[in-house]
Ligand binder design. Structure first.
Ligand SMILES: Cc1ncc(C[n+]2csc(CCOP(=O)(O)OP(=O)(O)O)c2C)c(N)n1
Ligand SMILES: [Mg+2]
Length: 1027
């Protein structure tokens, strides 16, 4: 099926013509005089012209126009006939039985002679000329077939047993017989089409053409690029692989390569010798990975890149840290000892750790920064994080096109083909607010995934096929030809620099040992491992090669081997002297300056001055003159002005005041997610669209002040995993920023669960890396069914690191209690009910002296709820984030009359306010909102409980009992209350497997049942109640 697809594409003129008319004005057939246009149409309509031959003939036609003698006599005759007005199919004089494709497709319509056309070349034997044209077309097709399919038969497997594309057959179009050619034709000379660069000469014998094509496309490099839909880019690649001698290295380059192979190979050997029973996920079988990464860095650095962010899995990671980043060897080796950690954090296994190192690149003589981003076991999860980090680095450096900043992503073959996040990440590359202008991907394709054969782990021919979706070239290369590897690395770096697009280097290799060094591979891959046992290392092979070529002598080889051996031994000795491990040595995104300036237990104020509030709202509710705003939005903006007059600000204004004030303070704000520009629930409208001019937009929050920071608000692709990962990576670069990811509905965040579990909740603990990322997760039971009600607060709460018991004898409330809690938490979980509180919470993210992720359950109906409003004073100096919003009505004035104090969180509060009124219990039930669930506001909860001494204490929630905050708050309440001999009771829905009913009637019924429990009234009392 795969092959048939390719053939169809080769033979599709409509695609080629459509492409050409859309992309090229230069074609003489499209732009010359009327006469030429007419003739070109005739040429185009010739029945023998298919998509692949038309380019060739068009170029010949162009040459003929300049100089008729520049083409073969038969073409001269043909073009003259066309010029003389011969119609489609009539310009050729052909024998009736001629065939084009080796007996496959018959040339029809060629047999009618054009008697009326004056032809000075009528003497030319018609049969000979058609045969010649036909043969040239075959040659052109042959060349194109090698360009398209040559990689399928390239010798890519260093073991010589597998085919990297999982197919051992030879595509027929790569065989001479397919074209009807045989031995007799080998020494015939053919003109070369302009779509090849295999020779500087205009023609070659078939023998030479074939030899060169096989050498270029079918030996140790398989170049897969004909899916790139751009002729300029195709030609660019052709030149870099087809031109004679392009892949040759100088003696010096060969020596550098040899030394790098020594380091890579001997590093693994050394670890294996010293720690034979330790897992290290060694690189044996793909040692060339180290020289490959270094070559990419050398070339890219020479081309102007000075910051590299690397994402990679376990395989060869220690080697990369040692030999690419040059993390001190002793520091790496000390990870093999059982040493006590000297600083904070729970740490991680050695093959997951990150680093960030600045050093001089010897080849380019430029300073480079290389960061390897810490990652979990979860393969490929780090990809979007790396891309986000690159994007942020480039943003802060003003490097708009990522000329100086780039990502290198390393992959295993099985993971690259199997993990969906790879595709999600690829899909970010051309999106304006997410692009990093090209990533270089390197696959350590050892043709196995743990114990699984590629035939069981992918349905596509190559493990790299995902890259075809975005049209990136793919260079497959046999690792036993390290010089070919160096060449593709250079081309990849140059490609990225020139076209700012992704490129994949597929290092086809093997895995010398089991999945890790303790695994027995013969259990599952006996034949493969019998061959591996007999296979020499790439270093041994390359050593032989350079000795044979006279590039180096035995003494040089020995000296180099000894030199690196001593370096390793010395490092080993030094490692023995190290008595502790420092997690800080493994930080991928250090913020030293940020922490130096701050008191870790001081929480600065978050209120802003009234005139600032007025200014931001005024901007947020207006638009430039001449801008054609939608009528409905005009009303919305007017409504915002009215709210200011009424001193009753809504959610959208709360958000805008947080963002706007930070922007004016020079803090970059980025809000990303699906449809965030407008807001899923149409409350935000941060990007206004002119109703008459396409693409004309106005973003008021980017028009606040001349010196403000940039506000990026961007609708994302329909991805959670990659986009959340991206924003996390973005947030890691500069602590003085507010980075927010918003889910369309909170429940969709679980498709990004790995980023949440492995990075956001545990990142600081594992890698001492902080992030102030905010996740906005719309949440609330509004009868929208099981999938749009719950953002699953229970899951986030369950992952909080806080103790669910408090020892009141040991803890003192007041003072720095609140700051200390925030300092110690792994993340903040909040559910705000007022615009002012979300505003303070967002501002606090940036004013805090440290960074913590914030999980915020955000509202849907509250965005427009008349009670969910805040007065201006609640944003002004003196106001601050309220961890708890106490009861302020009648019950708080007469607490002794209160029979029940009901704690809750989120939007259900407003439902309860309505129900309380409905059942007439406004003075005897106090309603308290817990706005910050974690860290749990023990101090304030205690205060509220003690205020209502005689009251029953209730936790009310709209989520089912096995969901929501109940299981989180219950032990906390009880550990507080036990000293006073009290405890809390649950009021809400019963346990359930589904988060919410899909039936509106049942929903309303459940709401009433809940209220009857909360207020301790008969259900009948709630007749007519609707929340
Ligand atoms: C998402 C995920 N699923 C499963 C695993 C378990 N696992 C660890 S390594 C591995 C095989 C990886 O194969 P490949 O990507 O080819 O890399 P290699 O180990 O061959 O270098 C698997 C399945 C994992 N780490 N991550
Ligand atoms: Mg593998």
């Amino acid at each position: 099926m795969h092959r048939a697809g390719l053939l169809c594409r080769l033979a599709s003129p409509s695609r080629i013509n459509a492409y050409r008319s859309a992309s090229s004005n230069k074609s003489p057939l499209a732009t010359s005089t009327t006469q030429t246009r007419k003739n070109s149409t005739a040429v185009k309509h010739e029945p023998f012209l298919n998509g692949s031959s038309s380019v060739y003939i068009e170029q010949m036609y162009e040459a003929w126009l300049q100089d008729p003698s520049s083409v073969h006599a038969s073409w001269d005759a043909y073009f003259r006939n066309v010029e003389a007005g011969a119609g489609p199919g009539q310009a050729f004089h052909a024998p009736p039985a001629s065939t084009l494709f080796g007996g496959g497709i018959a040339l029809s319509g060629f047999s009618t002679p054009v008697s009326s056309a004056p032809s000075p070349s009528s003497a030319v034997n018609a049969s000979t000329s058609v045969q010649s044209i036909s043969d040239h077309l075959k040659i052109q097709l042959l060349i194109r077939s090698f360009q398209t399919r040559g990689h399928n038969i390239a010798e890519l497997d260093p073991l010589g047993i597998n085919s990297a594309d999982l197919d051992d057959t030879v595509p027929p179009e790569l065989e001479l017989s397919f074209y009807g050619f045989g031995e007799r034709d080998l020494d015939r000379e053919f003109l070369l089409p302009p779509t090849t660069f295999i020779s500087e000469k205009k023609s070659l014998t078939l023998r030479e053409i074939l030899k060169r094509l096989r050498q270029i496309y079918c030996t140790s490099t398989g170049v897969e690029y004909m899916h790139v839909n751009n002729l300029e880019q195709q030609d660019w690649i052709r030149r870099r692989f087809e031109a004679p001698r392009v892949t040759e290295l100088s003696h010096d380059q060969k020596k550098v390569l040899f030394k790098r192979l020594i380091r890579s190979t001997k590093f693994e050997e050394f670890l294996a010798k010293k720690w034979p029973s330790e897992k290290r996920f060694g690189l044996e079988g793909c040692e060339v990975l180290i020289p490959a990464i270094k070559q990419v860095i050398d070339s890219s650095s020479t081309l102007g890149v000075d910051s590299f962010v690397i994402g990679m899995p376990h395989r060869g990671r220690l080697n990369v840290l040692a030999n690419v980043c040059r993390q001190p060897l002793a520091t790496i080796l000390s990870q093999f000892s059982t040493l006590e950690p000297a600083d904070e954090g729970s740490g991680d296994v050695k093959y997951h750790l990150g680093v960030c190192i600045e050093r001089l690149n010897r080849q380019s003589q430029r300073n480079v920064k290389i960061a390897v981003v810490a990652n979990p076991s979860h393969l490929e999860a780090v990809d979007p994080v790396v891309i986000g980090k690159v994007r942020a680095e480039a943003f802060y450096a003003g490097d708009e096109k990522c000329d100086r900043t780039m990502a290198i992503l390393l992959h295993g073959d099985a993971a690259f083909a199997g993990q969906g996040v790879v595709n999600e990440t690829f899909n970010l590359n051309d999106l304006t607010s997410y692009s990093t202008h090209g990533t270089i991907h390197i696959v350590a394709n050892n043709q196995i995934g743990f114990t699984t054969d590629p035939r069981s782990s992918r349905s596509s021919p190559y493990c790299t096929d995902v890259g075809r979706v975005v049209g990136c070239p793919i260079f497959h290369v046999n690792v036993d030809d390290p010089e070919a590897v160096m060449h593709v690395c250079n081309v990849a770096a140059d490609w990225r620099k020139t076209f700012k697009k992704d490129v994949i280097i597929d290092l086809v290799c093997y895995r010398r040992h089991g999945h890790n060094e303790l695994d027995e591979p013969m259990f599952t891959q006996p034949l493969m491992y019998q061959i591996i046992k007999k296979t020499k290392t790439a270093l041994e092979k390359y050593q032989e090669k350079i000795l044979n070529e006279g590039v180096a002598n035995e003494q040089y080889v020995k000296e180099e081997l000894t030199k690196y051996g001593s370096i390793l031994e010395e490092a080993y000795e030094n490692a023995q002297k190290i008595t502790y491990v420092r997690n800080r040595d493994w930080l991928d995104s250090p913020w030293d300056d940020f922490f130096k300036k701050r008191d870790p237990l001081k929480l600065p104020a978050t209120g802003i001055e009234n005139d600032n509030i007025q200014h931001i709202i005024q901007k947020f509710s207006s638009y430039p003159e001449g801008f054609n705003l939608h009528r409905g939005l005009e009303r919305t903006l007017k409504g915002r002005q009215q709210m200011l007059k009424d001193n009753s600000l809504d959610w959208a204004i709360g958000e805008a005041l947080a963002f706007g004030s930070l922007l004016k303070e020079g803090i970059h704000v980025r809000l990303s997610g699906q449809d965030v520009e407008r807001g899923t629930f149409s409350h935000r409208h941060h990007v206004l669209h002119d109703q008459k001019t396409d693409q004309k937009v106005y973003n008021p929050l980017n028009d606040l002040a001349e010196k403000q920071a940039e506000y990026t608000v961007c609708n994302s692709s329909l991805s959670e995993y990659a986009v959340l990962g991206f924003e996390l990576g973005y947030s890691m670069v500069d602590p003085n920023s507010l980075v927010i990811w918003e889910a369309q509905f909170g429940d969709f965040s679980n498709t990004a669960q790995c980023i949440i579990d492995q990075f956001i909740s545990s990142g600081q603990s594992k890698w001492i890396r902080q992030s102030g990322l905010v996740m906005l997760l719309p949440h609330g039971y509004e009868g929208m069914g099981p999938e749009h009600s719950s953002a699953r607060p229970e899951r986030f709460l369950q992952m909080c690191n806080e103790d669910d018991e408090i020892d009141l004898n040991k803890v003192a409330f007041g003072g720095t209690f609140e700051a200390q809690q925030l300092h110690d938490t792994n993340w903040i979980v909040a559910n705000c009910t007022t615009p002012a509180n979300i505003y303070h919470l967002l501002r606090r993210q940036v004013t805090m002296p440290f960074r913590k992720p914030a999980i915020v359950f955000s509202p849907k109906s509250l965005l427009r709820h008349p009670l969910a409003r805040s007065p201006v004073e609640h944003f002004e100096p003196g106001s601050s984030f309220q961890r708890i919003i106490p009861e302020t009505g009648a019950p708080s004035e007469n607490p002794q009359n209160v029979k029940r104090v009901v704690f809750c969180t989120g939007k259900v509060y407003y439902d309860m306010v309505a129900a309380r009124k409905h059942v007439g219990k406004e003075s005897e039930v106090a309603l308290v909102r817990v706005e910050q669930l974690s860290p749990f506001p023990y101090d304030l909860v205690q205060e509220e409980c003690r205020k209502y001494q005689g009251a029953e204490i209730i936790w009310a929630q709209e989520e089912h009992k096995n969901m929501g905050a109940w299981s989180f708050v219950q032990p906390r309440f009880n550990s507080l209350l036990s000293v006073d001999g009290r405890q809390t009771k649950y009021a809400g829905r019963l346990p359930s497997s589904s988060p919410a009913t899909g039936n509106k009637f049942t929903h309303l019924l459940e709401q009433k049942e809940m209220m009857s429990k909360v207020f301790d009234v008969q259900k009948s009392k709630l007749e007519g109640f609707k929340a």
